[in-house]
Ligand binder design. Structure first.
Ligand SMILES: *[C@@H]1O[C@H](CO)[C@@H](O)[C@H](O)[C@H]1NC(C)=O
Ligand SMILES: *[C@@H]1O[C@H](CO)[C@@H](O)[C@H](O)[C@H]1NC(C)=O
Ligand SMILES: *[C@@H]1O[C@H](CO)[C@@H](O)[C@H](O)[C@H]1NC(C)=O
Length: 359
């Protein structure tokens, strides 16, 4: 019998057992000795979060022409003065991202959208079994989920984003970079922020994610906290996704482990409070205090009152391809007049196309 197979079988059985234990223990069986200071964070800024969530929402829009010109229905309000610089679409993998400059924040914004090929329900079910199957390069003992990592690292995203950030900084100087994403887009945003922080320095990079799943183990989380200290993970009420893949306090070295810092939007009895959680990444008094049975998918789809789903739930690949086609037509017939040259990078069937409107 294949040893790897039997190992996996055992891992799965251990997982089932652990899940059952978790269900039984819910909030009460905590066995860890974590410091319970809800450290007063200097970096959480509610007003900034209200703005950044709008970027994380806009990257879900499927009309690429409206995104390109920043005229989409979610492209206004607090993000009005955004200067789109690069629109990145991977049709094959159903990924989308943009890079631009928020002049009111004097910052470069990187927003990433994950795949929505399968129903979110299925995606969430699969998350329970995601394995820590990749050693993060140059970080001994740091393990991550290879799917999230390679969606950023091994697609057009990494190259296109880093190059767009580089060009924006050439034009505007060494302004800060804020990376954002919701759900799987948040997981990819985390890898992007880490990549940029290693390249450009931790002081230059800020990460703010919404409803982000866990992406790596405890060792990875501590490296992450060192490289990207300016990190905020917003968790809305009973959103189930940040609870996955599972973390078990009694196996805290072996399971997935969040990096800090969570800000939990605690909604109870009509009161909403934003609780800034401790520096452990797994503050037992924040969203983890909820009973696992009370978790829901509902809270995953709105953050700070903003819609966090795609405006079209049909098969992602088809929608994306149609949208690419339309953008191409619009670009070809010069319908679009932008103040600035916007770079468009599109990957279809593993073939890369690049347009750069003149600059
Ligand atoms: C990440 O991407 C780089 C190239 O962009 C590649 O050389 C490297 O092997 C990738 N890392 C992993 C672990 O796949
Ligand atoms: C969440 O908010 C409610 C109502 O404001 C409060 O009673 C409760 O203690 C809060 N939960 C935690 C874990 O702080
Ligand atoms: C909700 O907030 C109000 C006003 O701050 C307070 O009076 C009330 O006690 C809170 N309710 C709960 C359940 O904490």
């Amino acid at each position: 019998m294949c040893p790897a197979g039997s190992f996996m079988g055992r891992w799965r059985r251990a997982g089932v057992l652990a899940l059952v234990l978790l269900l039984l223990s819910a909030c009460h069986g905590r066995r860890e000795f974590s410091v319970k200071n809800h450290g007063q964070s200097l970096i959480y800024d509610h007003t900034l979060a209200k703005t950044i969530v709008e970027y994380a929402s806009a990257v879900y829009m499927t009309d690429l022409t409206a995104l390109y010109t920043w005229t989409c229905s979610r492209c206004n309000d607090l993000t009005q003065d955004f200067e789109m610089r690069s629109l990145i679409v991977d049709v094959e993998n159903c990924l989308q991202a943009f890079v631009g400059v928020a002049h009111n924040l004097n910052a470069i914004i990187v927003a990433i959208r994950g795949t929505q090929e399968n129903s979110v329900q299925n995606w969430i079910k699969d998350l329970v079994w995601k394995q820590l199957d990749l050693s993060y390069p140059d970080m001994p003992n740091a393990k991550v989920h290879s799917g999230f990592f390679s969606s950023y690292n091994n697609t057009i995203l990494r190259l296109a984003i880093t190059s767009a950030v580089h060009k924006a900084r050439k034009k505007y100087g060494d302004i800060g970079i804020i990376v954002t994403g919701h759900s799987m887009g948040g997981a990819m945003a985390a890898f992007c922020a880490l990549d940029l922080a290693i390249k450009l320095g931790s002081d230059n990079v800020q990460l703010m994610t919404f409803g982000q799943p866990r992406v790596g183990n405890a060792v990875f989380a501590s490296y992450f906290a060192k490289y990207v200290p300016n990190t905020i993970r917003l968790v809305h009420g009973h959103d189930i996704v940040p609870h996955l893949p599972p973390y078990f306090s009694f196996l805290s070295k072996l399971t997935y482990h969040h990096f800090p810092r969570e800000v939990w939007i605690n909604e109870s009895d009509g009161n909403t409070t934003e609780q800034i959680c401790d520096a452990s990444g797994e503050d037992p008094n924040c969203c983890r205090c909820l009973s696992i049975l009370s978790l829901s998918i509902q809270d995953h789809f709105t953050y700070l009152g903003v819609d966090m789903e795609s405006d079209d739930w049909s098969t992602c690949r088809i929608i994306t391809a149609q949208s690419v086609e339309r953008l191409r037509k619009d670009l070809g017939s010069n319908i679009i007049m932008t103040k600035h040259g916007v770079e468009v990078s599109i990957v279809e069937n593993s073939m890369q196309t690049d347009w750069s409107s003149s600059r």
